[in-house]
Design a protein around this ligand. Structure first.
Ligand code: PLP
Length: 383
């Protein structure tokens, strides 16, 4: 029998079981042990010592993610924030960072407080504007450029390959939060980023029942080893049960992302002409500022996230969210169920998000039902 190489879709659907687990079980076991046997000659050849540092339950999900991202290695973390902040903790006081103006708000807050307090010098620029970025780099060469594309919640698209060339020209590392793009639509490491980060809480798990994060690396170098050590020494690890549940979620990633992308595009196109909607923000729309770059670096869809801006401002936006029956009014994204959120309310006073904006995480329900529900909510709010 010759060995056939199967696609990542097939390997993912099987949870990587045939490739990574030397066992007869179809589902990998959950290792609940907090500690591991030392060899009789006092070595730890298994590489496993104590579960605050590592647990074999993580490996199938980590290996699948590494394969999907074309990474040399990946590590799960306790949350997306634990994964992202590990990257900044790996820097040294005085190091300089460029981060996007539009990015996940809690990370922006962390950078402005704890990041700055620990001696990091942080500049927020419009990373989608390559001239503005280049000017900022010319002023002071950064140690690390952090991107988030599409950027939550305006879905600003940044050209990863172009920024990577800028980063290389000044010796900076490039890290990309690719949570919204998922490893299926964009592969930042193929575009020469050094590190890719995911909130695995979102699409990777996909069922709104696990908090987890992940980092994956293009090269196994000193920086990656520092990230691995930070996770192990700080104990920023998920529970083995969460890692197992995450693997279960990942197995349907292809189906869920495909469906969410199709639904989101349909809804965005249908709402674009709605008289009570000022603007639809979605990378898949030809009218969207970042559409061309998105078409270049996103394959197979433009993601399941979009935002709408309501005529009638904040009051109308909050009223629409209050009237939906199928869409759940809740924060977070990337689950099979559709969520709607008045984003400015959660981000606080210094948010760049307009107060008339609703963020939509499009799930896998019927696109027509989702649209019908939004339309009735918009009509009632504007009646
Ligand atoms: N990055 C993005 C784009 C997010 O939307 C989130 C959470 O909403 C995070 C990072 C943080 O992930 P977590 O909630 O898993 O800590």
């Amino acid at each position: 029998m010759t060995t056939t190489r199967f696609s990542s879709q097939s390997v993912l659907a099987q949870g990587g079981i045939n490739k990574y687990i030397k066992d007869v079980s179809i589902i990998p076991p959950v290792y609940t042990s907090t500690t591991y046997l030392r060899d009789s000659d006092n070595q730890y050849r298994s590489g496993l010592v104590y579960s605050r540092a590592d647990n074999p339950t993580y490996r199938p999900a980590e290996k699948l993610l590494a394969e999907l991202e074309n990474a040399v290695d990946a590590r799960l973390f306790a949350s997306g924030m634990a994964a992202a902040t590990a990257v900044f903790q790996a820097l040294k006081p005085g190091d300089s960072i460029i981060a996007p103006k539009v990015m996940y708000w809690a990370l922006r807050q962390w950078l402005k407080t704890f990041g700055q307090d620990t001696g990091l010098h942080i500049r927020f620029v419009d990373t989608s504007n390559l001239e503005e970025l280049q000017e900022s780099v010319n002023e002071k060469a950064p140690t690390l450029i952090w991107l988030e594309t599409p950027g939550n919640p305006l879905w600003t698209v940044t050209d990863i390959e172009a920024v990577s060339a800028i980063a290389k020209s000044c010796g900076a590392l490039l890290a990309v939060d690719s949570t919204v793009a998922t490893p299926l639509l964009t592969k930042p490491l193929d575009l020469s980023a050094d590190i890719v980060m995911h909130s695995a809480t979102k699409y990777l798990n996909g069922h709104s029942d696990v908090i987890s994060g992940a980092l994956a690396a293009r090269e196994n170098n000193e920086f990656w080893q520092r990230l691995v050590a930070i996770r192990a020494q700080s104990g920023a690890v998920p529970s083995p049960q969460d890692a197992s549940q995450l693997l279960r979620g990942m197995r349907t990633l292809f189906l869920r992302v495909r469906e969410s992308c199709q639904n989101a595009l349909y809804i965005a196109e249908q709402l674009e002409q709605h008289p009570n909607i000022v603007e639809v923000l979605y990378p898949g729309l030809k009218s969207f500022a970042g559409h061309e770059v998105a078409a270049k670096q996103m394959q197979g869809g433009f993601g399941g996230m979009l935002s709408i801006r309501l005529a009638g401002g904040e009051k109308a936006a909050i009223a629409v969210a209050a009237q939906t029956q199928l869409w759940h009014r809740a924060t977070s994204l990337g689950g099979v169920e559709s969520l709607i959120e008045h984003r400015a309310s959660i981000e606080g006073p210094d948010t760049p998000v307009p107060s008339d904006l609703l963020r939509l995480s499009v799930g896998i329900e019927s696109a027509d039902d989702l649209l019908k529900d939004l339309q009735q909510a918009i009509d009632s709010a504007h009646a």
